[in-house]
Design a protein around this ligand. Sequence first.
Ligand code: GUN
Ligand code: ZN
Length: 429
Amino acid sequence: MEQDLILAGRVLSFVASPFATDRPEDAVELHEAIGLRGGKIIALGDRLALQKALPDASLIDHGTQLILPGFVDAHVHYPQTAIIASWGKRLIDWLNTYTFPEEARFGDPAYAAEIATRYLDLTTACGTTTVASYCTIHPASVEALFTAAQARGQRVVAGKTCMDRNAPESLRDTAQSAYDDSAALIGRWHGVDRLTYAITPRFSPTSTPEQLEALGALWAAHPDCLMQTHLSEQLDEIDWVAQLFPQARDYLDTYEGFGLLRDGAVFGHAIHLQQREKDRLLETGASLVHCPTSNTFIGSGLFDMAGLMADGHRIGLATDTGGGSSFSMLRTMAAAYEVAQLRGAALHPAQLLWLATQGSARALHLEDKVGNLTVGMEADLLVLDLASTAAIAQRSRQAQDLWEAVFPTLMMGDDRAIREVRIAGRKVV
Ligand code: GUN
Ligand code: ZN
């Protein structure tokens, strides 16, 4: 058994959702110290009280630095790591030009393993401790990510991307093989250590009705898996869906009609929604994931955070690497702030931090395990330096309160602000 550990600093713990109150700062409690044992959080409170309660613990003093839950990135494509920041295309052209040729390389297990390792290294350095990733159509791409995550003791959600039309021949499966390969991966990985399987039809344009039906049946057979896909990202895409599924009432109906809409469904983007779609998403408790750097980078549109939150939707935040233009959830919070501003609503820094931790964990139904620093939760956390660059330091020095001190790092910070990362209590950065 590893030795008990006390980390002292400014430990941030959510006691409520900062979207559920007029004073978002009231949703946060600060503690002087946090106690860790066996990969879990066992105590929070005054430093002296923790030292007394855990006399055998060693203590690491982080001064006035902020101790936060590790970031949870609720929608990523790890196979797109090497094509992040590719120029000049919108969604469908971007997929065909950059994404599909790169994803075709993941039939090679050695390449998949190399990128899985590179991706987890890059994101851990940014303070991200949990991701929900699409893989490629190749089972080897799932094996590679789960194997790398398992070796690091990391909580990861992933699934084999399923596509049986409108993709190059080498990237197409079938309704049957998508079912069989996904089922085999569920049997091998779902619930093993900290790993969760997400059944993953890429989006309805690349799946036939037969494939969507097969994956709906698979989800019914494995109801505690998640289901992740894309919804209403770009207007061209929505027109295309309407042509491909003439019977469907709207984009969401192409999933709903095949058993792919209920709680545990995680829809990326969800920008251009009809009222019926919003109503059904809310009624069913499905999750939405906001991917702001992707939405501006690919030119998709402005997610309605204020409106959807006010209605009570379950919403997470994500990079959408490599449609998104950054691996960093700090950069992603900045983009979420900017997108909200363009829609006339300013997100409070407590709301941004909540989205990147508890919000995303809730979207993935992991909120009782990660995304907050409370007793009993898994000890995935990071230490945030609020003066990591000269530009940030000169601004945060002027701050009158915690939130004014934090906000410059949310807007301008990068991996240099991430001073330490722990996964299940073990220091990894
Ligand atoms: N829609 C379908 N596939 C993708 C993808 O890989 N990235 C993004 N941003 N949107 C998608
Ligand atoms: Zn995506």
